[in-house]
Design a protein around this ligand. Structure first.
Ligand code: 9YT
Length: 130
């Protein structure tokens, strides 16, 4: 069994900081669960274009409000606590934080650790990651 405390993990090297967000990776590839599990904070006013070409992701909003725009269709969905979205088509999207948002995120395949988005808004495939 694996037990981890977000409050302890965010003080250590599981926390990754990038422009507009930070993320605490509670489960990673080397935990051998087949997915990774992150608690991500999106800052108020952030506008993040992302395209996870190599991963499937689902995201559950724990707190805060914002929106997600599907760049294939132009559709904009409100994000608020209780809303989940799943990028089942590797959907290119823009996530906007109206307030700070705390999101619980699952990635399949799991991320390995320290990835931040590349210039296309993706993370590398696991076997390309450092
Ligand atoms: C909400 C969202 O897009 N999360 C992505 C994961 C997070 N940026 C991370 O852990 O890298």
């Amino acid at each position: 069994m694996i037990v981890r405390d977000l409050n302890e993990a965010k003080a250590g090297d599981r926390r990754v900081d990038s422009e507009g967000w930070n993320s605490v990776r509670l489960l990673l590839k080397d935990d051998k669960m087949g997915f990774s599990f992150h608690i991500t904070t999106i800052y108020a006013g952030a506008e993040l274009e992302m395209h996870y070409k190599n991963h499937l992701e689902s995201v559950y909003c724990v707190s805060g409000t914002g929106s997600i725009e599907d760049l294939a269709t132009g559709e904009v969905h409100a994000i608020r606590p209780g809303v989940m979205y799943a990028l089942d088509q590797h959907d290119k999207h823009i996530l906007r934080g109206e307030t700070e948002m705390v999101m619980a995120c699952v990635f399949n395949p799991p991320v390995t650790g320290r990835e931040v988005h590349d210039e296309t808004g993706a993370y590398p495939a696991a076997d390309e990651a450092a």
